[in-house]
Design a protein around this ligand. Sequence first.
Ligand code: GTP
Ligand code: MG
Length: 241
Amino acid sequence: MSSVILDRQSKMSTTDLKARLKGLSLADGTFNTDQITEFIDLMQVYEGAMYEISTKLEILDGEFQVRFSHNPIHHMERRLKSVNSIIGKLERKGLPVAVNSIKDNLFDVAGIRVICNYRDDVYSVSNYLSAQSDIQVLRVKDYIKNPKQNGYRSLHVIYAVPVFLSSGAHYTPVEVQFRTIAMDYWASLEHALRYKTDLPDAKLSEHSQTLLDCARSLQNIEVQMQNIHRDINGAPQVEET
Ligand code: GTP
Ligand code: MG
């Protein structure tokens, strides 16, 4: 198998996590020693779930390579949400900062971004993954068929995957974002603009408008390139959108 997986953070270090959580518990008294142990155990399960799904995706990509001489997946990125982001998100949503609250409310602790070459690849890979009998689809948000107002496009699917520990199977959610190279190129710049808070409002709205135009242009380019690719492979053409 030859797909490229980029790990967006270094492998979890229990010592680091303990140190960071101890600091937090001093500040707001939310995490005691038992909760720290429970939290570390939970993160281990999320990490396992993330590996399970990325392995499934690598296997699908490998099968396509053998059957059709085409790799649908350009590359993948995966990450576990940091302790700070987890706590920040719970606080923002007014939810309790506790291990059970993470389990019940956060579905994106484990995240994988699957960057595909073409839009057809996005749907074939996600459909084959969703059809696998050992995992469940918890939620689908199709921002490709229904782009966000700012122009954002991607297919978001939350899967529940069993992670087998000594205590048995733990069904664990993983958020997978499927998108094309062009969608990813666009989303990176839009993300950078969103966090660039020192720009004057006029500049910000001008850039946002330009980005919306870029989203539409990229979508047209994708349809044209997809059609060339389909022609090469003898598949039917896609309609212009
Ligand atoms: P939150 O996770 O609380 O944000 O809500 P949600 O899970 O309902 O959100 P959604 O599935 O719509 O989006 C989750 C993720 O998709 C975000 O964390 C981003 O990675 C990505 N995303 C969503 N909307 C945008 C957008 O407008 N621009 C960019 N660059 N990324 C986005
Ligand atoms: Mg989310």
